[in-house]
Each structure stands twice: as C-alpha cells, then as structure tokens.
Design a protein around this ligand. Structure first.
Ligand code: MIC
Ligand code: SF4
Length: 747
C-alpha cells in the first residue's frame, strides 16, 4: 500500500465518520468506521445491520495460487487492461509437503510450472504483484507487507481476516468477487451484525492468542459468526502482540465470521515499524481516533454491538479443539478424560507447527523455548515434528536466530514456506490409508480428510507451544500445563511456561525475497495457457436462465451433517485441477455424506438407480439434459472460499441448493455462479425429501428481494407437498440468476 493512499484514506475519514454519526445518531464502532469510510456512495446506500447490502470500494485484493486461477480467468473475461486496485498473487497452496523444504520446492516448481507460468504472466500483464513459490503463505505475506489499520481488503481465501491483527477489515470471498473488484466494480457484502469481544485481564503463562480463538470457537460454534464482524477491544487486547491478534482474527474464519479485527494500538505500531513501515505507523498514530471505536462504544459496548462476549484473559486456560471440527473445544486439562471416553487413539503420530495462523516470530520463539527445555533435560521427542514457516522472512529470521537449529536438534523437519500439510498437500508414509490415528497441529482447520487426505486421521488444533510439548509427551493424555513426563533419569520432568519475545531483537531479515513487480508495459505480455492443458481451461459462460420455473428436478444428493467445501470440492490431490473446471468437477461431493444411505461421495442415479459417484451421476443427467437439485443441512458450504464448490455443481447441471442454513462465502459463490440458494422456512422440512422425489420451484418470474419461494415436492405416488423456502437475493443478485451468472450480467 503506498503511504499516500493510506494518508488520503485517513484524511478523508473525519468528514465521512461525522456524516455517519449524524445519520445513525450515535457513536461508531471500528468496523462501522471502516465500512463507512469505504462506502461507494455513503449517502445513497441503505445501512441496516443484517439486512442491507453494502457497496464498498476495497483498498486491495489478494489472491493465492489455488483459488486465484479461477479469479484471474474470470477477471480476464471482463476485458480490462489493468487491475483497478492494488492486487497481489501468492504461490503457496500448490506446494506438496513430502521431504523437506528444498526438495518439496523443486518438485512444486516442476509439477506446477504451467500454473505458475499462467499466474506469473497474468500478474505481469495486468499490473498485479507476484509472490513466487517459497515467498510465503498469502496471509503472512499480506500482514508483513500490505495490511494497515483502517484499511479494507478482500482476498480469495477464507483466512484473509488475518490482517485484522493490524486493524484492517480483511474479508475472505470467492474468486468472482475478487475478479470484479480488480475490474473496478464496487464490492458488495451484507451489512454485518457486530459481535464485540471485550478482553480483560492479561495473557500469561501457557495461555496464548490461539486459546482466545479456540475458546471462542467452542462458545460461538462454527456458525456463530455468520454475517457478523467480530471486533475485539478492552484492556486485555494490549497484552496481545499484533501477530497474536492476527492468529485470533485468522481463525475467526472458523466461526464463519465475515471478518474479525482489533482496535489500533501500540503493539500494531511496533509491528509496522519492525516490518519497515514506520511511515504507516506514524500516520496511524496521528489518526488514532479513527482507527479505534468511539469512546462511548468502549464504555458501554452493549448499546452498540449486537452481542457482547466477555473474556478474562487471566483466567483463560490453554485449549485444544477437535477432532473433525474446530468448535469441539475443551481446556487441555480436560482432554485426557475425553480421549478415554471416546476411545480416540491417545498416541500422537505427528506434531505440526506453523501455517498462516501461527507462524509468527513469537510463536516460533515460544515453541523453541519449550523444545530447549527438553533438549537441556535430555528428553527426546516421541513424535515426528514438522515446521511450516509462514514466509521467507520468518524463515530467514528464525534461522539466523538459532530457532531452526533448535527444531532440527529435536528431530524436526522444516517444510517449505507454504500451506503444505494444512491443505491436504501432505504425503505421509507413516500410517496406512484407513488407519485411525491422531495428529496435533497449530493450524486452523481440522475437517475430516483435510491434512493428509484421510478421514481416519483425527486432527486436534492447539497453540504451537502446546503442540511442541505434546511432541515430547507423545500422547493426548499428557497435559503439559499440569502434568509431567519421564525424564532420562526416570525422574518426572515438568515443562515451565513458554517464553519468547514478540519481535526479533536484531530486526527481521529483509522482506521482499520472492516478489516480482508487474511489467511497465503489460500490453506486450502474453498470457500463457497451453492448448490441451489439463491444468487450465478458459471458461465458457454458463447458459442464461430460460425464464421458466424449475419443474420436477431430481435430487442428485441430499447431504447429512457437516457439508463443508472440503466435502463438496475436496483439496489435496485435486488442487491440481483448480484452473480446469471440467477436470476438477470429477471431485464433486466426494466427501458429502448421503442422507439416504450414510455413504460418502456416492448415491443412486435418480434415473437409472445405479449407485455411482455423485459426479458420474451428474454427468449422466447432464448428458440426458436433466438438471438437478441439492438438499443440505446446517451451515452448508462452511470452510473454504473456493468457488469450485459452486462452479462444479453449476457446470454439471445443478439449478437449486436448498439447505437449513448457509455459510456466507459459499452462499454468495452460488449466487455468483447462477445457482438459486434457498433455505427452508421450517428447518424440519429437510426431512420431507426422499430419494425418488422430484422437486419443482415455482414463481421464479416474480422473484424479488425478501420474497419467499414455493417449492413443491412431487412424491412417486403422485402426492405433492408444498413448502416455503427463503432466499436472500438483492435485485442485482436476481439479475445474476437471470443472466446465468454474475459474470454474464457484467459482460
Ligand atoms: C483453506 O484453508 O481451506 C484454503 C485452502 O486456504 C481455502 C482456499 C482454497 O480452497 O484454495 C480457504 O480458506 O479459502
Ligand atoms: Fe494455507 Fe492452511 Fe492458511 Fe488455508 S488455512 S491459507 S491452507 S495455511
């Protein structure tokens, strides 16, 4: 972000904020200040939390190499010469973790050459900053280089809110949203409700920022933050470093929150200075009142937030969440009993630290402090230990400061600065495919089949320092805070609480390794897509709506329970095809649990009755010219921002998805791709749908904002049941539906 842009934004804030205070008749929270300051046209918009659709101008767009391919393919369809807002591409998701950083990087460069060439050439051509493979994970690189207090950005990745650690409203969205913002359109989002989290006390001892968010995951659940911004404030916030704040905001994605953010404070200024942005720190200090909530809000939060949660950091115990869902939380002291009761394997097979969530200097220092205690006492690690640094800058800094050396001494393997094991790009050979086994990590996600692609792996998430201690205990029954493990002399060994400074005393090692600026004259750059590529495919527009109601659609799949985007469009090996819609559609619903049979990934073909994968059934229906429908459960589409989870169904003939409730990003992705997202007015209507039914949707010509839609379930015996379904489309979104997609509506 250029300093001038930040300055211009800050200088424009007082007048805009005054206007908003006058119009709303009250003081403002920080989230509101940022939204108002970025309004496309404040005066002409409706502002109503939970109801209005806001049109905003973002300061920045960030893309990663997996979702970014589709985002760029869509941007290219808009026919622009240059991006309209500062944007960057980060090559992080496609690097497989197998044998350590150097070999893994080389393999990734060879395997993904075509995709990297495409991302590189589009970046060069359209004015986008390009961060090469190995430079780091998108959110860490954004925090180190681009995030700033009071800014607004979007990113084609659900953990974009990481930048909330520097007081930025950073929101994860689908690639189409990014493509449009880059093409110069205003970006739209539902005016979010606000949760205020008041932090009192002080983080001490074993408790860390990760525990704030894992505790909140347990309290608010994976849908508790949907269409809400979580704003943290209070005296406790000052006891948390900027990167620690980033951890909390990052993992707020696991609550389904639109974003999370902290008020500007001195810890943020210190981080900005340490990462070579003293000029921005100074500006933020000068404009501090605009970068925090108004004083009345902090004094009496219940009047201004829709919900307020109190967390006393001094009483917060270290937490651990899992398996299979980030909201399955408990204090570490309660884990052993639960492990016994549930019969989970207590032995830990792998311990992993790092990722975009937890790879700050402070995290690494504290983890190394635990490792050093064990080294000194001669205690050996019982579990293989893997480290994923978040960026080259972190890697070089911790290498210089001897932290890497400590990790290597305990037998740790350092992986590339990339997503690797976090996104299912982890090739393990220590367990059989179906073997139930336990791993612990400091990552943010733990859906089934996530890390190593196996649903039999039980993944638990906790702070890096607890993960490190658990690597020495080797079992989930060890509570590092209160318990002991046998020392080499047979005497019990007890860890003392981790310590570690938040910023390197000698400063960070230089910051822009792996960055390449765009070409001065983009016109001359050719975008590289090989004809016949199996990795990249130019997009064909989806067909327009034919103006008729949907009659008697078969149910391709009725999902039961958790249906995350990992269930709808798995990652891991499938990442290979993220730029090729036809190829990636072979993974559609592979993880989804069939409500009629309990099987994952397959079901009866609604016409022939043959049991096959959902993709094969969908391809068969498509060949017959038959469209279909999906029925789903709660929080449908939770997790990733990947729009493939909407594009594949659309491509293979899905017209409507009816569920009990949606996760925000996925609901928007469905709208963008021209699928009608409906929710049951009465959630128990979910139970009415049976395999042989045919489903009609009526009144589509009269589709209007807020107007329910009638759905008729046609039973095989000729009986019909009519139910009401709700939809949340604005006039503009109805336009997308009619045009066949948002992109069609644009061009
Ligand atoms: C994730 O953590 O699930 C991912 C992988 O980063 C995704 C993006 C993707 O699927 O490429 C996300 O969070 O949006
Ligand atoms: Fe990468 Fe994992 Fe972070 Fe997603 S959550 S950006 S996969 S490190």
């Amino acid at each position: 972000m250029s300093v001038d842009q930040v300055k211009r934004l800050y200088e424009s804030m007082p007048a805009k904020l005054d206007e908003a205070r006058r119009r709303f008749g009250r003081p403002l929270t920080l989230a509101e200040k940022i939204l108002v300051a970025h309004a496309d046209d404040f005066a002409r918009q409706e502002w109503s939390r939970g109801r209005a659709q806001l049109r905003l101008r973002v300061d920045r767009v960030a893309l990663q190499d997996a979702t970014g391919q589709m985002a760029l393919l869509q941007f290219m369809q808009a026919g622009k010469k240059q991006v309209a807002v500062p944007s960057t591409v980060h090559c992080d998701h496609l690097i497989r973790a197998e044998s350590g950083a150097a070999e893994d990087m080389q393999r990734a460069i060879d395997e993904n050459r075509e995709v990297y060439d495409f991302l590189h050439s589009t970046s060069k051509k359209y004015g986008i900053g390009f961060w090469k493979p190995g430079a780091g994970i998108i959110h860490q690189v954004v925090l180190e280089n681009y995030a700033f207090p009071g800014g607004l950005m979007i990113g084609a990745d659900s953990h974009t809110p990481n930048a909330g650690g520097l007081g930025m409203a950073a929101i994860g969205v689908g690639g189409a949203d990014c493509g449009e913002a880059m093409a110069g359109l205003a970006w739209e989002v539902l005016d979010p409700k606000l949760i205020g989290v008041h932090l009192s006390g002080k983080l001490t001892g074993w408790s860390s920022p990760k525990d704030v968010i894992t505790y909140l995951c347990g309290l608010l659940t994976v849908k508790g933050g949907t269409n809400k911004i979580i704003e943290y404030f209070g005296p406790g916030a000052e006891s948390i470093s900027a990167t620690g704040k980033g951890t909390i905001c990052n993992m707020g994605a696991e609550l389904g929150a639109t974003t999370s953010l902290f008020h500007f404070d001195d810890r943020m200024a210190a981080y900005l200075r340490a990462t070579d942005r003293a000029d921005i720190a100074r500006l933020a200090e000068q404009h501090r009142p605009h970068l925090v909530a108004d004083a009345e809000v902090v004094r009496d939060p219940r009047k201004f937030y829709d919900e307020v949660v109190e967390v006393n950091l001094s009483e917060l115990e270290p937490h651990i969440v899992g398996p299979h869902s980030p909201d399955r939380a408990r204090p570490i002291s309660k884990l052993a009993a639960e492990v016994k009761k549930e019969g989970w394997p207590a032995g830990i097979r792998q311990a992993l630290i790092g990722s975009c969530t937890n790879s700050s200097y402070e995290d690494m220092r504290r983890a190394a402090h635990i490792a050093m205690q064990a080294l000194k006492a001669g205690v050996k690690a019982k579990t293989p230990f893997l480290v994923t640094p978040g960026s080259e800058r972190i890697y070089q800094t911790i290498k210089r400061d001897g932290i890497m050396d400590t990790f290597q001494k305990i037998g740790g393997t350092v992986l590339a600065n990339a997503c690797g094991p976090c996104i299912g790009q982890w090739k393990r050979s220590d367990v059989g495919k179906e073997e139930t086994n336990t791993i612990v990590s400091s990552f943010n996600r733990n859906f089934p089949g996530r890390n190593d692609g196996s649903a039999s792996t039980l993944s638990f998430l906790t702070s890096p320092e607890i993960v490190t201690a658990l690597a020495f205990g080797g079992t989930l029954e060890f509570d590092p805070v209160h318990g002991t493990i046998p020392g080499p002399d047979g005497k019990p060994f007890r860890f003392t609480a981790p310590e570690g400074e938040e910023l390197p005393a000698q400063g960070f090692v230089g910051g822009d390794a792996g960055f390449e600026a765009p070409a001065a004259d983009g016109d001359r750059v050719q975008v590289a897509i090989a004809p016949n590529s199996e990795r990249l495919q130019l997009l064909q527009p989806f067909p327009r709506w034919d103006g008729r109601d949907f009659g008697e659609l078969p149910i391709l799949v009725k999902t039961k329970g958790k249906t995350t985007t990992d269930h709808i469009s798995p990652a891991g090996a499938w990442l290979r095809f993220r730029g090729h819609l036809d190829r990636i559609s072979d993974n559609m619903f592979l993880g989804a649990v069939n409500a009629f049979t309990g099987d994952a990934g397959k079901g009866a073909n609604p016409i022939t009755g043959e049991v096959k994968t959902f993709t094969l059934n969908a391809r068969d229906l498509k060949a017959r010219g038959v469209s279909w429908i999906v029925i789903g459960d709660e929080n449908y589409g939770e997790g990733s921002s990947r729009e493939h989870a909407a594009m594949s169904p659309r491509y293979l003939g899905c017209k409507v998805v009816i569920v009990k409730s949606f996760a925000r990003i996925h609901e928007t992705n469905l709208k963008k791709q021209g699928i009608l997202p409906l929710t049951f007015a009465k959630p128990s209507d979910y139970d009415l749908f049976e395999q042989p039914d045919r489903v009609s949707v009526r009144g589509l010509t009269a589709l209007a904002p807020g107007k329910p839609v009638e759905v008729v379930i046609n039973k095989p015996d000729g009986k019909t049941v009519t139910i009401q379904c709700l939809q949340t489309m604005t006039d503009e979104q109805i336009g997308w539906f009619k045009a066949g997609s948002a992109l069609n509506a644009l061009t």
